[in-house]
Design a protein around this ligand. Sequence first.
Ligand code: 2HG
Ligand code: ZN
Length: 458
Amino acid sequence: MLKPPLLKELSQIVGQANVFTDAEELVVYSYDATRVSSLPSAVVRPSSAQEVSDILRLANREQIPVVPRGAGTGMSGGSVPLQGGLVLSFERMNRILEIDEANRMAVVEPGVITGDLQRAVEARGLFYPPDPASQQFCTLGGNIAECAGGLRAVKYGVTRDYVLGLEVVLPTGEIIRTGSRTLKNVAGYDLTRLIVGSEGTLGVVTKIVLRLLSLPESVRTLAAFFPDVGSAAHAITAILSGKVVPRALELIDEGSLAAAGNYLKQDIAGGARAMVLAEVDGASQTTEREIAVVEQACREAGANSVTRAEEQADRDRLWKIRRSISPALYTIKPRKRSEDIVVPPARIPDILAQIQVIAKRHGLTIVNFGHAGDGNIHVNILLEDEEQSAAKLAEQEILAAVLGMQGSISGEHGIGFSKADYLPMETGAAALEAMKKIKRALDPNNILNPGKIFINAE
Ligand code: 2HG
Ligand code: ZN
């Protein structure tokens, strides 16, 4: 509990209506998509960088933890207030401030829903490519904190590739601006890239300058169904070694197909054991030719059937299936441990084969789906409570196999608290210490999102 004088100070900063302390309100801000929950002492809803700065000065003075929060859709616990303290919620800072068509840029506040920005720019013939599966709910501030990836990363890259500049409030209260409204900028250290993906541990983002592209003229989508996941994985590597760069290239295994089918109450696979979803974009003549190349690669790799989505409604149906997998998996067993591994894309068949061996050895149900085109697979261990220790062992073995292939333990969900135990395995001691030095320099009292990325920042 915060002492009444501190609550009064907070109310003076954001107004009494924007400070919540009632138990039922605190619960709403206590968890994210990991379904781990920890109550904050209070929730504050700032409306400006100045208010954020005043809150951080107060928190730093009183050494109170502060946890920035967008929509709470994160998969690694980034917005869970593990050590209590204040949740800083951005639902009031949700304006698209500017869409600059001439320079292909947008300026937004962190609470804007990603899908809302996409629609707003598309209405003007522009395009914001980063496309997390939760794009209808997640916020751009959260995307920046975790450096979200998503379905179109295989061709267009991830959030960091579109962030030109930021306004950031440091844990000690200073408001700084990073980057510029230009495509080029080598003036000093790249603080923009340091903040993107720092999981709300180094600063609080209050304004974002994003790069936009022009909207591709045409999009073609197909679904290919395979008798086993191995042939689907080989189709992906065959496509990647050809000349076509699809904008999305997703792999969905049998377990994920079944879960999505139950959840949406439809027969998706018609007996097939794996699906590849591919999408190309560009000029009309090009996409027509490219989708044919992708289809042929799928057939040569052993696809039993291939369906092209001709109408927008067909395309929407396919992507709805894909985006529903993550929530659908919760309906199979009470818990899921969601891995976010990424390997060099050509190693996808190898890592899937190794995961199968590990699942068998531990008697676990493991399903795999995701952004195989960029090497990023969501390995989900579905478990009952009594399977926790077997799952932990399997997780260690999977991550070791990934690192053995020069991959990474997290492609897009971040470390949060859920992968903090494993970060040293990937970075090594010296790089981990370099990261901690940065954290200590910017946040000497460790008030900003403590317990994330590092088990202990000291
Ligand atoms: C997705 O691609 C999300 O659907 C969630 O990143 C993945 O639940 C997961 O593991
Ligand atoms: Zn994903």
